[in-house]
Write a protein that binds this ligand. Structure first.
Ligand SMILES: Nc1ncnc2c1ncn2[C@@H]1O[C@H](COP(=O)(O)OP(=O)(O)OP(=O)(O)O)[C@@H](O)[C@H]1O
Ligand SMILES: [Mg+2]
Length: 489
């Protein structure tokens, strides 16, 4: 896995989120457990101190403790010594029972009087413990105080419980080792850390596998993209097996390959058309020249050959010029200079031009336009080319003494200009093809007409740049109507 891969980033992202969650969760568990354990410990300490207080209360000689400033060690901690004095024996007996009951074995007990004198201590009181009690333990005759005391290895939880017996005010101090609590907290911490770490490792591992599975379609797409070359654009990524989110990417990718495939085949087809179209006039030029050179010719014959060559060269130039224009229309629509103009007046000029074009074939041109002005936005130079292409076709494909009608109508927010001829017409199967580049219906028969088959394609491209369209209706041997639709200004 690479560091800058999505898989790595996703794994790190998920693991970080999980780690934060685990740390927060673990801390909450640790703190609440610690709170509960300390609360229970303090509760136990309070019960112990209260029980000790009860015993001391029933012991009549409490006052006597005060009179013994040197203190008195509870007999229970001196097993075997009990029994010599009666009262003491009773107390010792009580203590013994209580000692067992309260589980005071590991605890330190101290009773302090108003002057801070230790009246009564448990017999596990060492010097260290005594000084700890003196220096760090809370002493108050007013309120109950809890404290955790840590001194080196000694860790204790202490309660100071103020009590009064008759006129005496005393404080009972009980200290119990913190070890069980710290041990418990330690094992909880250990458990939290171990489970958090194993969870983290497990989820980052699972996350890696999961992101790999999620990103598999991306890998599929890129693997497929590696395989796609201009030689094989038929490959597609399977859409059905991918997830909803990926489906969009996959379908966009497939659609892009589809478009590329289309344009590649279009380019292939187009270049073979161009090659073919250019090959014919060049072959004619070559043939004519070879024929002329085969034997001595008079100047008239040479002139004919040169005229033939000139004609074919003109044709080549025309093809190149048209192709250049089409390329410009496709890729540089900014060559259009749009302006608002009166289409009625514009059609009058086209009409004048048409009359000249059609005169050689005795074709009558009629113009049927309203007297009012109709304005559209467009590039007059290119629109002139559009209409002249259509008129040229009408003249070219209409026999002698035919008729061409130019009329105009407004439909919705468009102006529709019809150019109708009484020519040979176009069969239904050819209608959809006539706008294709280089498509000519009678390629061979009408070679004399010397069209390139680019005229309608140029016209349609110009109409589309104007947000318009060209429609065609035709009946064989009756005539054709081309309708140019352009939006009104
Ligand atoms: N008015 C029409 N009547 C009958 N057939 C037509 C008409 N206009 C076009 N066609 C058919 O559509 C074909 C394509 O027309 P297009 O104008 O693109 O090419 P062209 O006229 O042959 O050559 P050029 O590039 O010189 O215009 C024509 O060759 C012709 O077969
Ligand atoms: Mg034409």
């Amino acid at each position: 896995m690479q560091f800058n891969s999505i898989r790595f980033k996703a794994s790190v992202f998920y693991s970080t989120i999980l780690a934060v969650i685990l740390v927060v969760f673990g801390t909450i568990i640790y703190i609440s457990t610690s709170y509960i354990l300390y609360r229970d410990l303090n509760h136990d300490l309070k019960i112990k101190a209260e029980e000790i207080s009860t015993i001391l209360h029933v012991y009549e000689e409490v006052r006597q403790f005060e009179s013994h400033p040197s203190g008195y060690t509870l007999g229970i901690f001196r097993k075997g010594e009990s029994g010599s004095i009666n009262e003491k024996a009773i107390i010792d007996d009580l203590w013994r029972k209580e000692f067992n009951l309260l589980n005071l074995k590991n605890d330190y007990i101290n009773v302090v009087n108003i002057n801070g004198v230790f009246l009564l201590t448990s017999n596990n009181f060492t010097e260290d413990i005594a000084s700890l009690f003196r220096e760090q333990f809370p002493f108050s005759l007013e309120k109950t105080v809890y404290k955790s005391v840590v001194a080196g290895k000694i860790k204790l939880q202490v309660i100071n419980l103020p009590v009064s017996y008759y006129s005496s005010r005393l404080a009972i101090q009980v200290a119990t080792p913190l070890e069980p609590v710290t041990k418990e907290l330690g094992s909880i911490l250990f458990f939290i850390i171990i489970s958090a770490l194993s969870l983290l490792i497990l989820t980052s591992f699972a996350g890696g596998i999961l992101t790999r599975a999620i990103l598999q379609p991306v890998m599929d797409v890129s693997n497929l993209a590696d395989k796609i070359t201009h030689k094989d654009l038929t490959l597609r990524v399977q859409e059905q097996q991918t997830d909803e989110e990926m489906r969009h990417l996959v379908s966009s990718f497939n659609a892009m390959i589809g478009r590329l495939e289309k344009s590649f085949s279009h380019i292939n087809e187009f270049s073979s058309y161009v090659a073919h179209e250019l090959k014919t006039p060049l072959a004619i030029i070559k043939g004519e020249m070879e024929l002329a050179l085969r034997q001595e010719r008079n100047s008239e014959e040479y002139k004919n050959v040169l005229e033939g060559c000139l004609e074919e060269t003109d044709r080549i130039i025309r093809i190149i010029r048209d192709l250049h224009l089409l390329a410009k229309l496709d890729y540089k629509p900014d060559i259009f200079k749009f302006e608002k103009f009166n289409i009625v007046q514009f059609l009058n000029e086209i009409y004048e031009h048409s009359k000249v074009l059609s005169s050689s074939k005795n074709i009558e041109v009629k113009l049927n336009v309203p007297k009012k002005d109709i304005f559209i936005n467009g590039d007059t130079i290119h629109l002139r080319r559009l209409f002249l292409n259509l008129i040229n076709n009408a003249v070219k494909f209409t026999p002698q003494k035919g008729e061409i009608d130019i009329s105009i109508a407004i439909k919705d927010s468009n102006v529709c200009i019809d150019i109708t001829d009484t020519g040979e017409g176009i069969s239904e199967e050819n209608l959809p093809k006539i706008f294709d580049k280089f498509y000519r219906i009678h390629k061979e028969e009408l070679a004399s007409e010397s069209g390139t088959g680019l005229g309608l394609n140029i016209a349609l491209t110009i109409a589309r740049v104007h947000n318009g369209d060209i429609k065609v209706k035709s009946r064989l041997r009756q005539g054709t109507t081309f309708t140019v639709v352009l939006p009104l200004a």
